[in-house]
Design a protein around this ligand. Structure first.
Ligand SMILES: [Zn+2]
Length: 434
């Protein structure tokens, strides 16, 4: 090959590269990112979903006191510090603040599991909610297969109302960590039964197919059970869309808004709207009953697995709007502790770039899997002072129970082991009636 031919080939390669880059710019410019509300491109008329008030937001002043009444735990799946920085830079600039960044107390949280540096969501949420490290893919079980009590289960013993609002299926690893006790997160049929039989007050998310028998449209259960019908008969209100969700103000409610995971697009309720609705329902009724709500921005992780920065940014901002709803409630209530953290980082994301102008941070991905770095934790409310410095993810639920004055946690539940592990056909727990 002579030099002229080599140069011609090189110039053809360069033109191909430039054409590819031009196509990328075109795609980015056509605004596929903001199909949910954004200040720049609002796609809904819902004022609550505007992001515009975040520029130059001041840090919140923590309310006095160290003993919270209610707990809101928000998990950004896959949300490392750089995911937060990237979303901040993109939306409000490096000098702005996301809502989670207005929270006055921060910590760094280790995420490793019992056997390795890098965790999966299942064992991470088990560590967070049960206070015990476990092995890969396990939910609510220690490495030996013993059943671990979850924080929501412990709080139910004290009369707490419990809620879950997520954008994945309700039986996905992180929400499942509130109530499931299974050796593998993949057992979503079984997890759905355990989530139902846990008797929680509010369940909002996707995954209806795991609640319906395969004989029904969209259903995939092979045991013939119709958990939606069973829940209705047991007294839950079943809502199928945002309008029905908004009409519920008290009692117990289940909203499964897709057969599988949520699309995070209208007309589905957004995570912010589900969070606000869950708080409205959970805080209704007799004032003697406090509540625990877990909110998950489930799909930050999915954008990061795909190394798609725009998806990761959008999902982080949707999660941040849900945090805003949580903070709005907590600011008014003054007795609610809000904790925001992640189960792990995804994508081994690093940031490079040039000018200090919004949108100039450049994402670089070193992995399509999870990474082993620490994740941030933000806290606001009575007791938030306990969440500073460097901590392990197993300390989160221990600190919460200590703040609430509850003993007997973490706790192994030997009597539940056989049913939960080995009897795949039978309901695990007796129905807990209100
Ligand atoms: Zn993941």
């Amino acid at each position: 090959m002579n030099r002229t031919t080599q140069l011609r080939q090189k110039s053809m390669q360069m033109m191909g590269l430039l054409a590819g880059l031009a196509m990328l710019c075109l795609l980015n410019g056509c605004d596929t990112r903001w199909l949910y509300p954004s200040p720049k491109h609002p796609k809904t008329a819902d004022a609550r979903s505007s992001y515009s008030s975040l520029q130059n937001k001041d840090p919140l002043v923590n309310p006095s006191g160290t003993r919270p009444r209610n707990i809101i735990l928000c998990i950004g799946d896959g949300m490392g510090i750089n995911q937060v920085s990237l979303a901040r830079d993109s939306e409000v600039g490096l000098n702005g603040r996301l809502w989670m960044e207005t929270m006055p107390y921060t910590a760094l949280v280790s995420t490793h599991n019992v056997s390795g540096n890098v965790t999966d969501s299942a064992e991470a949420i088990t560590a967070i909610l049960c206070g015990v490290k476990t092995s890969s893919s396990r939910l609510g079980m220690d490495p030996d297969g013993s059943i671990l009590l979850t924080l929501p289960e412990r709080l139910r013993e004290e009369g707490y109302r419990i809620g879950v609002a997520v954008t994945s299926t309700i039986s996905h690893a992180t929400p499942a960590g509130t109530a499931a006790h299974v050796p593998s997160r993949k057992m979503e049929d079984r997890i759905a039964v355990q989530m139902f039989e846990a008797g929680f007050d509010v369940l909002f998310g996707g995954g209806k197919k795991y609640w319906l028998p395969s004989s029904q449209p969209g259903g995939s259960r092979t045991d013939g059970r119709d958990l939606v019908r069973e829940a209705r008969q047991a007294g839950w209100q079943i809502v199928k869309d945002k309008q029905e969700m908004d009409a519920v103000s008290s009692g117990r409610v289940i909203g499964l808004f897709q057969d599988d995971a949520l699309t995070t697009l209208p007309p589905e309720p957004s995570l912010e709207e589900m969070t606000a609705a869950a708080l409205r329902v959970l805080s209704s009724g007799p004032s003697s009953r406090p509540f625990f709500l877990m909110v998950e921005g489930s799909q930050i992780d999915w954008g990061c697995h795909q190394n798609e920065a725009a998806k990761a940014i959008r999902q982080t901002l949707l999660f941040d709007m849900a945090i805003r709803a949580a903070l709005e409630f907590a600011i008014q209530d003054k007795h609610t502790l809000v904790i925001v953290t992640a189960d792990h980082e995804t994508g081994a994301l690093t940031l490079s770039g040039g000018k200090n102008e919004p949108g100039h941070l450049k994402p670089n991905w070193a992995s399509q899997g999870h990474s082993g770095g620490q994740v941030p934790l933000y806290a606001y409310g009575p007791g938030a002072q306990s969440f500073t410095g460097v901590m392990d993810n197993t300390e989160i639920s221990k600190k919460i129970t200590k703040l609430l004055g509850l003993d007997n946690f973490p706790r192994v539940e030997p009597q539940k082991q056989e049913a939960a592990c080995f009897s795949l056909e039978e309901p695990v727990y007796a129905m807990i009636a209100e």
